[in-house]
Design a protein around this ligand. Structure first.
Ligand code: OAD
Length: 233
């Protein structure tokens, strides 16, 4: 059986694809007040603004391609049972070919019913713009399929279960500020190696192996480390 390699990715893994991160200089939250465009209160107050914000994000995503970091995770599937947990709402892990991706904060290319959170539709590539009047095929009013601030994170329990199963845990490109995602580290079993790839890593316990590089270079280095360890064992 292949060892289970669990990845927790954040905006930094998509930075080399040209997608803005949130909190770096020039990041999205510098240009848009986060609580206006990405919170439940903001959505109640100004739903049109929130729809426009995510329409723009979809446009940017259409122009983006998976980068070497996304592809490195697909390549690791040859040797590992790779499970990706991502805070990202883009679909670059899937487009690169990762076979198991769990989205914690929703998915940009999907919309869901305002009244029934379980009713989700994929957007058709020719109709990516939504407004507060957008209705689903079932007639429901729809909203972006995004977990707003102040809302629960439905997939966190499944994520915790995955982290508990990890034989190796890798965090890539996240500032580790947003909970509960940032708390996943605490569910790693004792003795399991943990790597953190980020050019500007946040403070983490000393036992975490930091690779202070961009995602593409960091994952190439990690692949070398894991293959060398595999050959020794
Ligand atoms: P942040 O913008 O907070 O952090 C991005 C991280 O990526 C930082 O630690 C950067 O150092 C790192 N980074 C930048 N370029 C990189 C590169 N080329 N390779 C690797 N790392 C790089 O993004 P997240 O931590 O993902 O939620 O943010 C978490 C959540 O906050 C998001 O999912 C979003 C946001 O508000 C919602 O909107 C619900």
């Amino acid at each position: 059986m292949k060892p289970t390699l669990v990845i927790s990715s954040g905006a930094g893994i998509s930075a080399e694809s040209g997608i803005s991160t949130f909190r770096d200089a020039g990041g999205l939250w510098e240009n848009y007040p986060v609580m206006d465009v990405a919170s439940a209160t903001g959505f109640r107050k100004a739903p049109g603004l929130v729809h426009r914000f995510y329409n723009e994000r979809r446009k940017a995503l259409l122009d983006a391609r998976p980068n070497a970091a996304h592809r490195a995770l697909v390549d690791l599937e040859k040797d590992f049972d790779v499970r990706v947990i991502t805070q990202n709402v883009d679909d670059l892990h899937e487009r690169a070919g990762s076979s198991d991706v769990l989205h914690l904060h929703g998915e940009l290319m999907k919309i869901r019913s305002v009244s029934n959170p379980g009713y989700v539709e994929s957007l058709d590539i020719d109709h990516l713009e939504t407004t507060p009047a957008t209705r689903g095929k079932n007639g429901d009013l729809m909203r972006p399929h995004i977990v707003f601030f102040e809302e629960p994170v439905p997939n966190i329990e499944a994520a915790v279960e995955l982290v508990r199963k990890a034989d190796i845990f890798v965090v890539v490109g996240t500032s580790l500020v947003v909970y509960p995602a940032a708390g996943l580290l605490q569910f790693v079993r004792p003795g399991v190696p943990v790597y953190y790839i980020d050019p500007h890593p946040a403070a983490v316990p000393q036992s975490v192996h930091i690779i202070a590089k961009k995602a593409s270079e960091g994952l190439a280095e990690l692949t070398r480390i894991l293959r060398a360890a595999g050959q020794r064992s």
